[in-house]
Design a protein around this ligand. Structure first.
Ligand SMILES: [Zn+2]
Length: 386
């Protein structure tokens, strides 16, 4: 085939895989109609994908049968690095996480040692078991651990260490490794695997944990920013109480609405309550109005800090994640109300806020989504032998 034909076939193949990624099964005629690709091309591409095992037929051998992704045939081997440790997992084409394991850090490890451990962990999870490995992905946390700060600064701030993490992982694994920030990975997990996200063109994602971070997706493209610094809103100046932030400056957004900040605010008004984690905030907010009021005030700060962003980008939906799904659900209506109040200043008051799951493996699913997306785009299935 001529190179332009190969390129066109790849584009059509990607469109077919992308369509089947959000729809369970479709017949070839329906794919042809939806994607405006000739029926003969669809039949040929689907035939190739059936042969590789990427697709399966509902009624094997019947050309009129609906086809769908063969979810367990391939997986992405992924790792997540944060101050809590290093996680490893396989994620299949449907976003199901298997072979999850986590290892802790051993004191002040240098970047080189961390990379060696990531490489050996990834090799271990692909070593045996079924399915073909589509590729490797590593998601890195923006959070920094005080005791191990240097490792995380090197790992997370591409802007400061160039592409060294990407380059060193490539050398260690002997192939390209997909690397992404954990917040962008979390957003990509929604965009790639969750059906509801298909209805929204512009998604602003917020994640509340030890800090406050965000990510923006516009028409299936993540906005990384000129210096890969997009979304780092935790130290935007907000409020006027002169509160000190861990960065040394006063009035950062994180000083008002990170989980530790909300916990210390609750401790100040209700010293007898036992509130140590995100989930405690959610449970006490239902019981005690003082706790609910603290959270409401934090969301007012967050809405104020976001007002410029929402005015600029007019997101279809604001997605709120945190370390606890219960906390996200409690905060959701509060944030929605305050964002509406902020937006009403400009005459528009429609904003939808959605709470999402906050568990550790969301970022792993997201980085796997990047790996799978790349394999769909390049048509390279099975980087490693089965
Ligand atoms: Zn700060």
């Amino acid at each position: 085939m001529a190179s332009d034909q190969v390129a066109k076939r790849l584009v059509n193949q990607y469109a077919i895989l992308r369509e089947l990624n959000t729809e369970a099964v479709l017949r070839r005629t329906e794919l042809s109609r939806r994607l405006n690709v000739r029926k003969s091309s669809v039949t040929s591409i689907v035939g190739g994908l059936l042969e590789k095992g990427v697709l399966r037929e509902e009624r094997p051998g019947n050309v009129r049968s609906a086809v769908g992704l063969n979810y367990d045939s391939f997986y992405a081997a992924v790792s997540g690095v944060s101050c809590r440790g290093i996680q490893f997992a396989r994620v299949n084409l449907r976003g199901e996480v298997t072979r999850y394991q986590t290892v802790s850090f051993r004191g002040n490890e240098k970047l080189k040692a961390v990379i060696a451990r990531i490489a050996s962990g990834l090799n271990e999870i692909v070593h045996d078991g079924d399915g073909g490995c589509l590729g490797y992905g590593v998601t890195v946390s923006g959070g920094m651990d005080k005791g191990q700060g240097s490792v995380f600064r090197d790992l997370t701030l591409h802007a400061k260490c160039g592409n060294s993490l990407v380059e060193q992982l490539k050398v260690a694994m002997g192939t390209e490794v997909c690397v992404a920030h954990d917040i962008r990975s979390r957003l990509w997990s929604c965009a790639w695997f969750d059906e509801w996200s298909q209805h929204f063109e512009r998604i602003l994602y917020l994640f509340l944990s030890e800090g406050v971070a965000s990510a923006l997706l516009i028409r299936e493209t993540l906005n990384g920013g000129q210096r890969l610094y997009s979304g780092e809103i935790g130290h935007v100046s907000t409020g006027a109480d002169g509160r000190l932030c861990s960065c040394g400056l006063a009035n950062c957004l994180e000083a008002y609405c990170s989980v530790p900040s909300m916990i210390s605010d609750v401790a100040a008004v209700c010293p007898d309550l036992k509130v140590e984690e995100a989930i405690d905030l959610a449970r006490q907010a239902v019981e005690a109005s003082e706790v609910s009021e603290v959270l409401n005030e934090a969301m007012r700060h967050l809405a104020r800090a976001l007002s410029g962003v929402t005015a600029l980008f007019d997101p279809s939906v604001v997605v709120l994640g945190s370390q606890s799904s219960e906390l996200s659900c409690v905060l959701r209506p509060m944030l929605e109300r305050h964002l509406r109040d902020e937006k009403a200043r400009g005459g528009a008051d429609e904003v939808e806020v959605r709470a999402v799951e906050g568990s550790h493996d969301v970022a792993l699913r997201g980085i796997a989504g990047f790996v799978i997306d790349r394999a769909y785009a390049t048509g390279e299935f099975s980087v490693l032998p089965k």
